[in-house]
Design a binder for this molecule. Structure first.
Ligand code: ASN
Length: 507
């Protein structure tokens, strides 16, 4: 499978070899399968111009349109597709001076948590490499597994991923890098292939928070071509409120920062070492003056089911455009087939063009939108989504929650500035031996459970940052997530930076 797709993609050189710039070990792309089409070794590290991203090398997830490289969404149905235009985020990267090194592998159309559903083959987590050779094959997470692996392997300084229900944060956690899912509507989705429009966000991955911030700030611009973009006045107001709160935080003094730890984020599947890492992180933040309080988000147990109903319903509608007629793979029906011709082309093209996971979601989503199921599934899931948003709004600080303490006359706040929870229930699960083969974690319902920590913030459209926070008993990376109120992206970055400095043993 991999050999076939490489030969069909002329820009992916068989000898593609990136230099891991931070270490002497060279990792080849063949070992991790992170980059599916490359801008070539000359383009890879070129510095373009003098903008805010001059000198920054970036890999772009393969569901984001680029006119100079194919955009396959890791699907057979788009295997030979090259977009006639660049997505807004790609144009912003280029005008900012970044060099795009290539397109990153992902789960097909962003559907998956382990990057095993890809026509290009699975991504191998670079953490399991020794001297460039995989000694332990584990998942890089999904769906932006190629983006996370490319950063972890040192192929680029940063990568763009997309996050619908955790697709940036989960791979970041498994690969030991930083990943930001921004507030919904803050980064343009124009030119990003839709999976579930009400949830999809473009996010940034890098080895440190400051690089994530640098790339995020360069691409988080209002774009009138994206109808779901947050309007300028809403951004301005949120940013002003955020800056007021964030200004009080310094790396060594977190007095005034209130952190909520949701009691509902400790499912039985959580590995003990994940809980230990979280506790250690919270202790470090407490030692710097933060107040840590328990909070409850009672609708959390229903989030995963609601997410899979809503995202599949939207996917079934979005993916209807791949019909073998306008663009993408076309498979002619065999002679003598007895359906009418057009329906036959649709059926054959879609049956061959989509992978199993995508077909499963289309079927589930189509059912959820059918007359029989609409009320019980789709509308019910939307109600759950509203409850989840209400849960978050109840625990977060809001301007009207400023209270004057009558006895001291000091202002104090109700609510919390951020919520912190584990990014994933475990460290990276093992990859199955053969592509699409099942292992306990990658081939069953357990694959969906990987998202249990990340989907609530997606349903509520909130910014969430996964930051490395030590390692498990198996020595694989663990991440913790910082979630903020809508528009408080800088707040989560700032708190993430403090966690990062605690990890480094900083002041
Ligand atoms: N796209 C995502 O955020 C990934 C999520 N695990 C899903 O399969 O829907």
């Amino acid at each position: 499978m991999f050999a076939r797709s490489r030969s069909q993609c002329p820009r992916l050189s068989g000898s593609l070899h990136f230099v891991r710039r931070s270490a002497s070990t060279q990792i080849s792309n063949a070992a991790v399968n992170a980059i599916v089409s490359s801008a070539g070794s000359e383009g890879a590290f070129a510095t373009r111009g003098s903008g805010p991203l001059a000198g920054v090398t970036v890999a772009v997830k393969d569901n984001i349109c680029t006119k100079s490289l194919p955009t396959t969404c890791s699907s057979r149905i788009l295997e030979n597709f090259t977009s006639p235009f660049d997505a807004t985020v790609v144009s912003l990267l280029s005008t900012g001076g970044a060099a795009i090194v290539g397109k990153a592998n992902c789960d097909e159309f962003g559907m998956g948590s382990l990057n095993v559903h890809s026509v290009h083959g699975p991504v191998v987590n670079p953490v399991g490499l020794q001297d460039g050779v995989p000694v332990e094959r584990r998942s890089a997470g999904g769906s932006s597994g190629g983006s996370a692996a490319a950063v972890a392997a040192g192929f680029c300084d940063a990568a763009l991923g997309t996050d619908t229900g955790g697709s940036v944060r989960l791979p970041a956690s498994y690969c030991g890098v930083v990943g930001l899912k921004p507030s919904y509507g803050i980064i343009s989705r124009w030119g990003v292939v839709s999976f579930a429009d009400s949830l999809d966000c473009v996010g940034v991955l890098a080895k440190d928070v400051s690089t994530v911030r640098r790339v995020h700030n360069a691409i988080a611009k209002y774009d009138e071509r994206d109808p779901t973009a947050a309007p300028p006045h809403v951004r301005a107001l949120a940013s002003q409120l955020c800056m007021q709160r964030a200004a009080e935080i310094t790396a060594t003094d977190l007095k005034g920062l209130r952190i909520g730890v949701p009691r509902d984020y400790f499912p039985k599947e959580l590995q003990p070492s994940v809980i230990e890492s979280l506790q250690k992180t919270l202790d470090q933040l407490r030692a710097r003056g933060a107040t840590v309080v328990p909070v409850t988000l009672p609708s959390t147990p229903y989030a995963l089911s609601a997410y899979y109903v809503i995202s599949s319903a939207e996917a079934s509608s979005n993916l209807a455009r791949y019909d073998g007629v306008e663009y993408g793979l076309r498979v002619e029906p065999p002679p003598g087939a007895n359906l009418n011709k057009t329906a036959n082309v649709y059926a054959h093209s879609r049956t061959r063009g989509f992978g199993e996971e995508v077909k499963r979601r289309i079927l589930l989503g189509t059912y959820a939108l059918s007359a029989d199921a609409f009320e019980n599934y789709f509308l019910q899931a939307q109600r759950v989504r509203n409850l989840i948003k209400a849960d978050f709004n109840r625990v977060f600080w809001a301007p009207n929650a400023l209270k004057v303490d009558a006895s001291t006359n000091a202002t104090r706040t109700e609510g919390v500035d951020v919520i912190i929870h584990p990014s994933a229930i475990r460290t990276a699960p093992p990859l199955p031996d053969a592509q699409h083969g099942a292992s306990a974690e990658t081939g069953s319902l357990d694959a969906y459970v990987q998202d249990v920590m990340t989907v609530p913030a997606s349903l509520a459209g909130l910014p969430a940052l996964s930051v490395p926070a030590g390692s498990g008993s198996d020595a694989w990376p663990i991440g913790v997530s910082v979630v903020g109120q809508w528009g408080f992206d800088e707040m989560v970055l700032k708190v993430g930076e403090v966690i990062e400095s605690c990890q480094a043993g900083g002041p």
